[in-house]
Design a protein around this ligand. Structure first.
Ligand code: FAD
Ligand code: SIN
Length: 535
């Protein structure tokens, strides 16, 4: 199965193609260069677009006095609701500190305490202060700045902006040997073309745009997961969509990317209250307002249902240095008519992070030869059923480094692509809104067999709205559609509540469901589901 697109009109070649320019793609590209291979880095919009530059709270690593990778591992496993791959977590937490030191060596500047040490804060699910941050609440922007500067100064990395990856190219042996791209550019690389490479790394970020309200930017349409599915790769854990508890609530009609109020605000002392001014997290969990994200999101959702209110409130008025500690959040609150130093902030959960994605091993290898996945696109298993706060940037650093090491250990010669005779598919751009609304309604914070079945029926109806007009909008919506189907199928299969997957008809967590749901799409477009025991 492939996206409907014109025939490639140009060809370019590199040793490795990296798709995406967030923390995962940039880190992978830079690390690959250490082995002297050439890299083509393609990115759908401008190079700094993506979730990375929006990251607020920080990056987690056991760097503080008395902290250890073991303690970081423990917190990660607990947040992951018994579904983490323990080896992947081990890799993440034990290689994390070195990966962060390397990032600092590459030029990223983190905030310091009065004594000159790196300042560490706390977020939900962490039992210690272990979150490094930059510019107060502009951690992602600083990481992106530092990595982009390093990429720009490396002549062995060719960057093409406005280059949307469509589908992989495979050789007669079934190995991935390139990718089709659509470039909006000038000169020879314009329109649909072929990028040929000895390995391809997908680092296309998240899929928040599957839902009507999300913290994710507009480029987060799950393209990489959809591309991998069409290539025949396995995807895992996609039912575990993390809803961030505290997203600024503006009005019911607000759609697309919404401003985040970082968990670090609660880490610095803010707390949630309901319409009656009562603190509802106290007594609900030993960590109260700093419980893991799924616990807080569910409690907010319950409060909203009980009070028939579209939001709850965050009281941050006690944070004396709010303006300097959280300058980005302060500015977005003020822009929306709220002074967080004097007023309560209206907040509600919104889709934030995909804990699942393209199934990879500890070296970032997908189930298809020659194809790697890294960052939010990938499912290493490190996040289980609910990612621990600030473990995502870290995952991009750690696994990007591992992928580069695997690639450096040897790649076959460039192989020739063969023609892809599988059916082409494309949906109309106007499918997007009903799809997003349907997913928020039926496959959101709380799901049930009936809500998911209704959503599946909606998606089936939308699948008939086909298009013969290839373009950015129609490609993106076709990717969103595949992701929506995958999420609904996995959520329907998992008859229990666990982590960020909450079924109103199966409220209990069941030990027999300590397994991952794996989805496949065959060349004709037929889905299949299998299950895998958690390691
Ligand atoms: P991204 O940074 O999203 O990059 C994906 C790249 O792929 C982009 O360049 C995009 O344009 C490109 N792309 C997409 N599709 C295509 C295509 N078809 N062809 C070519 N290119 C494509 N995590 C933390 O650890 N700490 C935090 O404090 C934190 N705060 C967050 C705050 C917000 C508001 C958001 C949205 C997320 C936050 N996260 C945080 C999560 C974290 O930012 C992301 O998970 C992480 O940055 C993902 O990095 P990535 O490189 O995988 O993807
Ligand atoms: C936040 O700052 O609350 C987001 C952190 C994350 O998603 O890891």
């Amino acid at each position: 199965m492939k996206l409907l697109a014109g025939a490639p009109g140009w060809t370019t070649t590199a040793d490795v193609i990296v798709i995406g320019s967030g923390v995962a793609g940039l880190t992978t590209a830079l690390q690959i260069r250490a082995s002297g291979l050439s890299v083509l880095l393609v990115t759908k919009a401008k190079i700094d677009e993506g979730s990375t530059k929006w990251a607020q709270g920080g990056i987690a690593a056991a760097l503080g006095p008395g902290d250890t990778p073991e303690q970081h591992k423990k917190d990660t496993l607990i947040a992951g609701a018994d579904l983490c791959d323990s080896q992947a977590v081990e890799v993440l937490v034990s290689e994390g500190p070195e990966a962060v030191r390397k990032l600092i060596a590459r030029g990223a500047v983190f905030d310091k305490s009065e004594t000159g040490e790196i300042a560490l804060t706390r977020e939900g699910g962490h039992l210690r202060n272990r979150i490094l941050h930059a510019g107060g609440d502009a951690t992602g922007a600083e990481i992106s700045r530092a990595l982009l500067a390093a990429v720009r100064s490396d002549t062995g990395i060719e960057v093409i902006e406005n280059a949307l990856a469509l589908d992989v190219l495979k050789s007669a042996t079934g190995r991935v040997c390139g990718v089709t791209l659509h470039v909006i550019g000038a000169g020879s690389k314009d329109g649909v073309g072929r990028g040929l490479a000895r390995a391809v790394v997908i680092a296309t970020g998240g899929l928040g745009q599957v839902y009507s309200q999300t913290t994710n930017p507009s480029v987060s349409t799950g393209d990489g997961v959809a591309l991998a599915l069409r290539a025949g790769a396995a995807i895992a854990d996609v039912e575990f969509i993390q809803f961030h508890p505290t997203v600024l609530w503006r009005d019911a009609a607000a759609g697309g990317q919404q401003p985040l109020i970082s968990e670090a605000v609660r880490g610095e002392g803010a707390f949630l209250v309901n319409d009656k001014g009562e603190r509802f997290m106290v007594g609900k969990h030993p960590q109260a307002d700093l419980a893991p994200r799924d616990v807080v999101a569910k409690a907010i959702f319950t409060q909203m249902k009980e009070s028939h209110s579209p939001h709850v409130w965050l009281d941050a008025t006690g944070i004396h240095d709010f303006v300097t500690r959280f300058p980005t959040i302060y500015a977005s609150c003020i822009e929306n008519g709220i002074d967080p130093t004097k007023q309560l902030i209206p907040v509600a959960p919104a889709s934030h992070y995909a804990s699942g994605g393209v199934k990879v091993d500890l070296h970032g290898r997908t189930t298809i030869d020659g194809l790697y996945a890294c960052g939010e696109t990938a499912c290493t298993g490190a996040h289980g059923a609910n990612r621990l706060a600030s473990n995502s940037l870290l995952e991009g650093l750690v696994f990007g480094t591992r992928i580069a090491a695997d690639i450096a250990s040897g790649l076959p010669a460039q192989q020739e692509p063969i023609a892809d005779a599988s059916p082409a598919f494309l949906l109309r751009a106007d499918v997007k809104l009903p799809l997003q609304l349907g997913m928020s309604q039926g496959a959101g914070v709380m799901r049930s067999d009936s809500s998911l079945t209704e959503t599946a029926a909606l998606l089936e109806r939308l699948s008939h709205h086909t298009s013969d007009a290839p373009g950015l909008d129609t490609w993106e919506v076709s990717n969103l559609y595949l992701l929506a189907v995958a999420i609904v199928r996995s959520a329907l299969a998992r008859e229990e509540s666990r982590g960020s997957h909450w079924r109103s008809d199966h409220l209990e967590t069941r030990p027999e469901w300590r397994k991952r749901v794996i989805q496949h799409l065959d060349a004709s477009g037929k889905w299949s589901t299998s299950f895998e025991e958690v390691k």
